[in-house]
Each structure stands twice: as structure tokens, then as C-alpha cells.
Ligand binder design. Structure first.
Ligand code: ADP
Ligand code: ASP
Ligand code: MG
Length: 403
């Protein structure tokens, strides 16, 4: 008998019928395997709770906020446990804190620090199906949440604590695709991929798995499998790198609409200028992603960087304050940009991929505003209006549909 952790996402739980159908599947599998179920909130519940908080407070207290937004998961676990019992399965439903999930105190983006798995182990030994609320834990008596999409991380962390054979992530697509299948209809399902590739995909914006869940899986070597919640299939297996999965040159394309671009024009090109700009930005807890500095013949430079959209206004305020210390001509900023990334561990040993990518975009008359490369990814910042065109063109250029 194997121990499997199964996580179901919001869309897969959006109605009582869907919950009952999942319960039936669990009922059929419970003869063969020990099962722990981790659930997200039903449908768009979390979005609705976030919207509600915005209506009641401009700047909600973090403890109150997490208490509110974590409540959706409590609804789904209770309903699932009822449905399982109706089928004759013995089950028990636990919120995060009841299941012994402790986090640090970074409310709304807390990290799991430990899980006391003894209670879950005892219930499993007593042949119960254990249903646990994802997305949440406890710190110092207060409920914390793990960031949007955090149930994926709850599931992998529980799988690691229980040394489960596999962590299965059930969602509204039947696996991880070469790019978001909702943007590119030629996207192709990947059968097997490495943690490293999935880390890049998630890190560069593909929200099918929360980044931290993949970090956890890789650290504790827990195989993850992404599958459709209501259709049969073997999904995508994400595991440690082995020879057989090394062949692919490019594994996929990810994109994010979360970033914004800020250009400070006409700063003096002298040592220390980057630090003088980015120091105060960092002090304001703003994370910078890409950075480019172009020097003109007049000895003045344009300094451009990207930050998450949520930090856009804050960044502009910081730069405005810099005026006292640094001379610059003006600031040009843009929110309507996207970052598109080409990903693949195979890229490490191949030259010329960046050139091929840039030529492909040029042929489509898509202007590249910024770019950055690493051993296994190339990212470009382009105008948002070109997103779909760029993803489709690159998908075709790198023959991802034929993999
Ligand atoms: P859940 O509610 O189950 O957690 P999410 O909405 O968080 O589901 O993640 C599933 C969605 O991820 C899909 O509907 C799909 O649009 C999106 N997605 C983005 N990139 C990819 C990709 N490369 N492969 C599959 N799905 C992707
Ligand atoms: N319900 C939470 C969210 O919508 C957690 C999750 O779905 O994983 O972000
Ligand atoms: Mg999700």
C-alpha cells in the first residue's frame, strides 16, 4: 500500500457535484492506497474574500486578513469529509493548525517551518482518509496563509513530512504544457520533466504550480504529478533529473503579466550610480528583477529595471525622493508590459538560442524592451499587446508542438 497526497484546486471543487465526484474517486482508490487530501477553497472563494476585505479596510491588519482569507479552505474540507463519510469511508478533516502546520509570522506569504505529522500518521494507521486545508498554518496562535496558490505548497510539505510516494496535484488542465494552453492552442502536454525545469516555469510566471511547492519537492525529492481532477490520464510527472529527461533542448515558454518597467533617463554614468538607485529601492523592500544600463555618447546613461506591478507606485515614490541626491532628466515607466521566457536545461550546451529567439520576434515586428539570460532560460520584456503573438511564434520556432 502506498501513501499518496492528493491536492485539489479551486476550479476542481467549484460545486457540490464536483466535490462528490472527487469523493467517489477517492473511495475507489482507498482500498489500494493510504490517502491524504489537501484542498483549496471552492471556485473563486478566495478572490471573493480578498475583495470583501478591500471593501471593509484600506489597509487590513495582517492577522485579521489571514483569518479571513483562510476561511474558504475550511468550507471545502468539511464538505469533502461529509461526502466521504456518506460513501462509507472513515475520514477526518483538519484545518492547517489542527494538522500541526507551523509557519513563520510573515502573514500572507508565510513559510512552513515544521509539520507535526504524528497526528496525521495515527489517523492513517486507523484507516482514515485525512482531509487537510491547504494554504494555511499557524504562528504564535494566529492563522497564517502561504501566498496565492499556496495549497500546492501545503500538499508537498505534507507529502515530505509523511514521506509519501507521490504528491498529486489535481487541477483544471491535464498536465503541465509547453506553455499556457489557454494562450496557445498548439501547446503540448509534457509527460515528464525535472524539478529544475518546473522551477524555472513556475519562477517565470506559469501559475500551474506555486514556485515554493516545487522548491519543497526538489529539496525533499518528492515526485509531483499534475493531473486533471475530472478526467483520466497520467498527467505530468516532475522528478529528479535523469538521463532520459535531459534530451529536450527547450522545454517550454512561461510568461508573467505581473511586472512593470521603470526607466530613469539621463543619469550620470559614473561608478556607484546603480547602487545609488537600487540601494533605496531594496531598502523599501522592493524586489528588482531585470536591470539594464545603456550609456549614450554624451556620458549620460539610461537606467532601466523591472519590479512587480504591486510595487510600481512605491518604486516611483522612492525614485522621486532620489532627486535630492542624483541628477536625472526624467522617468519613463510602463505597466503594460509582459515578460516572456524560453526555458530548457538543454540550452546549457547550445549556443545561438538567444539569437534564434530574437530573430523570431523581429520577424514578427515585436520589439524587445529588455532581455536577460541564464544557463537555462532567456527572458524578454515586450509590450503586453504582443504577448499572444510572441508566445505562438516562439512555440512554433522552437518546434514545441512536435515534441
Ligand atoms: P488550481 O485552482 O487548480 O490551483 P491554477 O489556476 O492555479 O489551478 O493553475 C492551473 C492553470 O495554470 C491552468 O488553468 C492554466 O491556464 C495555467 N497555466 C499556466 N501555464 C501553464 C502551463 N505551462 N501548463 C499548464 N497550465 C498552465
Ligand atoms: N485558495 C488559495 C488561493 O486561491 C490557495 C490555493 O488555491 O492554492 O490562492
Ligand atoms: Mg493553483
Amino acid at each position: 500500500m502506498k501513501l499518496i497526497v492528493k491536492k485539489y484546486g479551486g476550479t476542481s471543487l467549484s460545486s457540490p457535484t464536483k466535490i462528490k465526484n472527487i469523493a467517489k474517486e477517492i473511495y475507489l482508490e482507498a482500498n489500494n492506497n493510504k490517502i491524504v487530501i489537501v484542498l483549496s477553497a471552492m471556485g473563486k472563494t478566495t478572490d471573493q474574500l480578498v475583495a470583501l476585505s478591500e471593501k471593509c479596510s484600506k489597509n487590513p491588519n495582517p492577522v485579521d486578513y489571514d483569518l479571513l482569507v483562510s476561511s474558504g479552505e475550511q468550507i471545502s474540507i468539511s464538505l469533502m469529509s461529509m461526502a466521504l463519510k456518506d460513501l462509507g469511508l472513515d475520514s477526518v478533516a483538519y484545518t492547517g493548525w489542527q494538522a500541526g502546520i507551523r509557519t513563520n509570522n510573515a502573514h500572507s506569504y508565510a513559510r512552513i517551518v515544521s509539520i507535526n505529522a504524528n497526528k496525521i500518521k495515527k489517523e492513517l494507521k486507523d484507516n482514515k482518509v485525512v482531509v487537510i486545508a491547504g494554504f494555511q498554518g499557524i504562528n504564535n496562535g494566529a492563522i497564517t496563509t502561504l501566498g496565492r496558490g499556496g495549497s500546492d505548497t501545503s500538499a508537498v510539505a505534507i507529502a515530505a513530512a509523511l514521506k509519501a510516494s507521490e504528491c498529486q496535484i489535481y487541477t483544471d488542465v491535464d498536465g503541465v504544457y509547453t506553455t499556457d494552453p489557454r494562450i496557445c492552442d498548439k501547446a503540448k502536454k509534457i509527460d515528464i520533466m525535472t524539478y529544475e525545469e518546473m522551477l524555472e516555469m513556475s519562477g517565470l510566471g506559469s501559475k500551474v504550480l506555486q514556485l515554493r511547492s516545487v522548491e519543497f519537492a526538489s529539496k525533499y525529492n518528492i515526485p509531483m504529478r499534475v493531473m486533471h481532477a475530472h478526467k483520466k490520464g497520467s498527467g505530468t510527472l516532475i522528478k529528479k533529473e535523469e538521463k532520459s529527461v535531459e534530451d529536450a533542448l527547450i522545454s517550454g515558454i512561461a510568461f508573467t503579466k505581473d511586472e512593470s518597467e521603470i526607466m530613469i533617463r539621463g543619469v550620470k554614468d559614473s561608478p556607484g550610480i546603480a547602487a545609488a538607485i537600487l540601494g533605496p529601492i531594496g531598502d523599501a523592500d522592493i524586489e528588482v528583477d531585470m536591470i539594464v544600463q545603456n550609456v549614450g555618447s554624451d556620458g549620460l546613461a539610461d537606467f532601466t529595471f523591472t519590479v512587480s506591478k504591486k510595487d510600481y507606485n512605491k518604486s516611483l515614490q522612492v525614485i522621486d525622493k532620489l532627486k535630492k541626491n542624483i541628477k536625472y532628466e526624467d522617468v519613463i515607466s510602463a505597466k503594460n508590459i509582459v515578460k516572456v521566457s524560453l526555458i530548457g536545461v538543454g540550452m546549457r550546451s547550445h549556443a545561438g538560442i538567444a539569437g534564434q529567439m530574437f530573430t523570431c520576434l523581429a520577424k514578427k515586428k515585436i520589439n524587445i524592451r529588455m532581455n536577460s539570460t541564464s544557463e537555462i532560460k532567456i527572458s524578454v520584456v515586450i509590450d503586453q499587446k504582443n504577448l499572444e503573438n510572441a508566445v505562438k511564434a516562439l512555440h512554433n520556432e522552437f518546434k514545441l508542438e512536435r515534441k
